[in-house]
Ligand binder design. Structure first.
Ligand SMILES: Nc1nc2c(ncn2[C@@H]2O[C@H](COP(=O)(O)OP(=O)(O)O)[C@@H](O)[C@H]2O)c(=O)[nH]1
Ligand SMILES: [Mg+2]
Ligand SMILES: [Zn+2]
Length: 353
């Protein structure tokens, strides 16, 4: 498995694989183009398609995503993906638009790099949203502030982020001057670990990837001077092996990053700052909106809680509830529909028609 180890194959995967006693071979999805799934395998890259049960899989979550480990069978130059190996985690968001569905972006990720540009893209509320959703997905977030060459002073940006009181490392950098790049390579891009870059279009994700690989693996769009916004340049998600053997997944720019976290998520506390203060609320089930004896509202009033942190908390929680209610409702409808089909089948069986 020498080659696969370079792509993140580890002990727990090997142990799981051993218990399967299968003649199928493991591979990792490095890119998906339509019906084609490109894998890295022990013998190199292989073009594959879905096969067997996966062809009939209707739940999008159960289909392979970039970063997934799969088992495949190969016939000459083609391979067929037979099954998905268990995921360590997966980065998801709410499907953009009106639908209340979860969309999986990639899986088996160690660090999610939230990239913002220090031009017009910088937005702390958006950062907070990314941090909450990434943490809920059981992935460690890292903040990359690119285009540091465009600002005189970094301190105001950093102190703005520190108001969130979240324990997330911040790396200012510039892909143009090279500022901050050695620190990022040293601390974030660790051999065998998988990173994913997320952020709006034009923040410099592809430039970062190019700087890291020192060659043009992704096309970088020329930015139009007038609006400081890069054109949409990335066509597909891809997983890259960097020269230092760290793994990096690039994503196309994201306009929306809706949250899908579960209330009382097992992943731990998603709003540690609020939780800390809430221990002083009079009621255990305080929602911190209008209750008497609410320590959170009191902290907001006396200024010890930043209003941005509170506003963001309320906003994300509202959004989460809306997602949860709609998702639960959908599940209930599906169950009801399933029951109806079964009843119809039983009826037909009983009366043999
Ligand atoms: N001034 C400045 N421009 C940058 C920097 N990094 C990227 N850019 C520019 O921002 C634009 C968008 O970059 P790109 O990597 O395609 O962004 P992506 O959409 O996030 O992949 C391009 O014109 C880059 O040249 C930087 O550190 N400083
Ligand atoms: Mg790009
Ligand atoms: Zn309260």
């Amino acid at each position: 498995m020498q080659n696969l180890i370079r792509f993140g194959w580890d002990h727990s995967l090997q142990e799981h694989f051993n218990t399967l006693q299968t003649s199928l071979l493991p591979g990792r999805v490095i890119s998906i183009k339509g019906f084609k799934y490109f894998l890295i395998t022990e013998r190199g890259e292989l073009e594959t398609e879905l096969s067997g049960r996966l062809l009939f899989e209707s739940e999008n979550e159960n289909l392979p995503k970039v970063g997934d480990w799969v088992l495949f069978q190969d016939y000459d130059t083609m391979g067929y993906i037979i099954e998905l190996l268990p995921r360590k985690n997966a980065l998801s968001r709410k499907t953009p638009g009106a639908k209340f569905e979860k969309q999986l972006l990639a899986s088996n990720i160690d660090y999610a790099l939230i990239v913002q540009g220090l031009d017009r893209d910088f937005n702390v509320m958006r950062l907070e949203r990314y941090i909450v959703q990434i943490s809920a997905c059981n992935i460690a977030p890292v903040i990359i502030l690119n285009k540091a060459d465009l600002v005189e002073d970094l301190a105001p940006f950093v102190s703005e982020i520190e108001k969130l009181k979240r324990d997330v490392p911040i790396f200012p950098c510039s892909t143009v001057t090279g500022l901050g790049m050695p620190e990022i390579i040293d601390r974030v891009f660790i051999p065998g670990k998988t990173c994913i870059m997320i952020g709006s279009s034009g923040v410099g994700k592809s430039s970062l990837l190019n700087a890291l690989t020192r060659e043009q693996v992704q096309s970088v769009a020329a930015v139009s001077e007038s609006n400081q916004k890069g054109r949409h340049t990335t066509t597909g998600r891809d997983l890259f092996l960097l020269p230092n053997e760290a793994l990096l997944i690039d994503t196309p720019g994201m306009r929306e990053f809706g949250v899908t976290f579960e209330e009382n998520a097992s992943e731990g506390d998603l709003f540690p700052e609020i939780t800390k203060i809430a221990s002083g609320c009079r009621y255990n089930d305080c929602r911190h909106i209008e209750e008497n004896g609410c320590a959170v509202l009191e902290a907001l009033e006396n200024g010890s809680l930043d209003s941005m942190v509170y506003d963001s908390y309320i906003k994300l929680l509202k959004e989460q509830r809306r997602f949860q209610i709609t998702a639960d409702e959908k599940k209930r409808m599906n169950r009801q529909f399933g029951k109806m089909i079964k009843e119809a089948k039983d009826y037909r069986k009983r009366y043999k028609f």
